[in-house]
Design a protein around this ligand. Structure first.
Ligand SMILES: Cc1cc2nc3c(=O)[nH]c(=O)nc-3n(C[C@H](O)[C@H](O)[C@H](O)COP(=O)(O)OP(=O)(O)OC[C@H]3O[C@@H](n4cnc5c(N)ncnc54)[C@H](O)[C@@H]3O)c2cc1C
Length: 246
């Protein structure tokens, strides 16, 4: 399974490509990278793989997976996603997950945060079965929805459940870069225990004067409460200046 988009490889890697094209002549009909992969899958250059180095339960049905990507990885921008490949019951599947860590993370790893959805084949496998030491094929980061280089003036994030992942990467990035913009974040989750990144979000809310979090815990509200679901009325109440925000 090859999920790799080779665009964006660094010019300094040119000599490596030259060297491998020479050694490839001796490796024919395979390529040198196929043999290197047997020693360490992260060193292979014909496909990009990542090693699971940590798993962390966010809630009872969601998990953050920390991945160490191989040689051809290039960094992501906060908000971008990756495709990952998995073999389940003898069949290959690919799924897309947003990178939930910030680009400023300096250990060469990135995280995805996955919620196991009812009847979902791959999300269940990732949350329940993927373990430290496993290798999985990954693609390069992609997507046009990312944090711009210049600070957005007044971001407004409206998120729910595992849909928080791109906003989380952006908020983490603004914290790391010490450039938190005047941010309003409205997040919907069933309850405190079911809130992915809940503890960290509350800590950021307490420590960052320009970040204002409103959590809506839908299971604690009555069925008829209109605030249970996102609406223009709710938005007007929580964030009256929403029209001026990005
Ligand atoms: C850009 C992007 C970013 C994303 N980021 C994240 C993220 O950060 N975190 C995250 O958790 N998810 C994310 N997703 C969603 C993720 O890609 C998967 O779609 C999700 O994990 C479900 O995959 P699955 O294999 O478990 O479900 P699938 O097996 O594909 O099933 C999906 C749904 O269809 C139903 N279904 C399946 N087969 C049938 C059938 N034959 N008949 C009727 N119904 C059926 C299932 O019950 C389930 O509800 C993202 C998606 C995109 C496009």
């Amino acid at each position: 399974m090859d999920l790799q988009d080779t665009r964006g490889s660094r010019p300094s890697e040119g000599w490596l490509h030259w060297l491998s094209s020479v050694t490839d002549m001796f490796a024919y009909p395979l390529r040198t990278s196929h043999y290197v992969e047997l020693v360490n899958p992260l060193w292979s250059t014909h496909k990009l793989q990542a090693k699971v180095v940590d798993v962390w339960d966010e809630t009872s049905d969601s998990r953050t997976i920390t991945l160490k990507p191989g040689a051809n990885w290039r960094g992501h921008r906060a908000g971008q996603h990756v495709r990952i490949g998995l073999a389940v019951d003898g069949q290959h599947y690919t799924r897309t997950y947003t990178i939930s860590s910030s680009p400023e993370r300096d250990d060469g790893c990135f995280t995805i945060t996955v919620k196991a959805i009812a009847g979902g084949r791959i999300s269940h496998h990732i949350v329940r079965k993927l373990k430290v030491g496993d290798y999985i094929p990954v693609g390069l980061p992609q997507g046009e929805f990312y944090l711009p280089d210049a600070s957005p003036a007044q971001p407004l994030f409206i998120t729910a459940g595992s849909g928080i992942t791109p906003a989380m990467s952006m908020v983490r990035s603004m914290v790391s870069q010490q450039r938190m913009a005047n941010t309003v974040h409205i997040h919907y989750a069933p309850g405190v225990q079911e809130t992915i990144f809940g503890k960290e979000l509350r800590e950021i809310n307490n420590s960052q004067p320009h970040y204002c979090l409103t959590e809506v815990h839908t299971n604690t509200m009555s069925e008829n409460d209109p605030a249970r679901h996102f609406s223009l009325e709710a938005l007007e109440k929580i964030c009256p200046d929403w029209r001026e925000r990005d």
